[in-house]
Write a protein that binds this ligand. Structure first.
Ligand SMILES: Cc1cc2nc3c(=O)[nH]c(=O)nc-3n(C[C@H](O)[C@H](O)[C@H](O)COP(=O)(O)OP(=O)(O)OC[C@H]3O[C@@H](n4cnc5c(N)ncnc54)[C@H](O)[C@@H]3O)c2cc1C
Length: 246
């Protein structure tokens, strides 16, 4: 955190994102349970655990043949804290996702801003659709860090001035940049998460490569780690079938 003498606020600069799995009802059995109603009708979840190899085979078959709806009978709710530019990309995912985001109308926004760390590749080369990112020089990293901090401080100072003068939060927030952190709950199921991961992560097993912005990929990687723990058979089948959502 940094502060200049004339500011009565401290700026918090972050380079990471937060993803917490706050609520879930998601297991491989949920997939099998839903799929087997096709052939067996109603049955108990316990029966599904009896033949592990068959269960694995069925999940793999569903994934391979893109029989997708059995992967929808589960739920994961994540708390996410990330810069607004990540949320802007995130909320383009309309299907199988529910969102609730903190309000800039009902509460004063806190001065938490994004600055890329030394591992973030800074320089873009190539043409649209075929970009590659390469390391920035130490001078570029220094410039980015200093310029962003200065700009964030100026923007937040102006925001506070307007609030102090009695201007409504919903009006004053116009001056805040997309590097400001926001927070949300995002709820999805395994199918919608797979579609998201297929587009927003890069992976050597992906049959269809994607080129996401690194910061949304950081969110995706953390979600993926949580989901892999909850639904290991489904996760393995997703990877084995080229990370294409069924
Ligand atoms: C690398 C990358 C770069 C991008 N660049 C840009 C950009 O420059 N500008 C930009 O505006 N967006 C951009 N996007 C966003 C992109 O166009 C999608 O809006 C976003 O990835 C969400 O994907 P989706 O629509 O498949 O997901 P969802 O909205 O979750 O939809 C899931 C699936 O449901 C079906 N579906 C949903 N809605 C409809 C509909 N109305 N009609 C028919 N089928 C539907 C489709 O099969 C879709 O794949 C980019 C995305 C990526 C991954």
């Amino acid at each position: 955190m940094t502060q200049t003498p004339d500011d009565d606020f401290k700026i918090d600069l972050r380079s990471d994102v937060t993803v917490e799995l706050v609520k879930h009802s998601a297991t491989d059995s949920d997939v099998l349970f839903a799929a087997r109603v096709s052939t067996l009708g109603e049955q108990s979840l316990d029966e599904l655990k009896k033949d592990a190899e068959r269960s694995k085979g069925l999940i793999n078959y569903l994934m391979r043949d893109r029989h997708g709806s059995p992967f929808e009978h589960n739920s994961m709710t994540f708390f996410v804290s990330a810069p607004i530019f990540v949320f802007r990309e995130f909320m383009r995912h309309r299907v199988g996702w529910s969102y609730n985001e903190e309000s800039g109308r009902y509460r004063e926004l806190q001065p938490v801003f994004y600055v890329p760390d030394a591992s973030r590749k800074l320089v873009q080369q190539g043409r649209p659709g075929k970009y590659e990112f390469v390391e920035g020089t130490p001078e570029q990293h220094q410039l980015v860090g200093e310029a962003m901090e200065e700009s964030y401080r100026q923007a937040y100072r102006t925001y506070r001035e307007m609030l102090a003068a009695g201007v409504a939060r919903e009006v004053a927030r116009s001056v805040l940049p997309v590097g400001l952190y926001s927070s949300m709950y995002a709820t999805c199921n395994a199918r919608s998460l797979m579609h998201f991961l297929g587009l927003r992560t890069q992976h050597e097993l992906a049959k269809v490569p994607s080129f996401p912005q690194r910061e949304i990929e950081m969110v995706g990687e953390k979600m993926e780690a949580e989901w892999a723990r909850l639904m290991p058979l489904t996760y393995a089948a997703f990877n084995a079938n080229g990370r294409v959502a069924p």
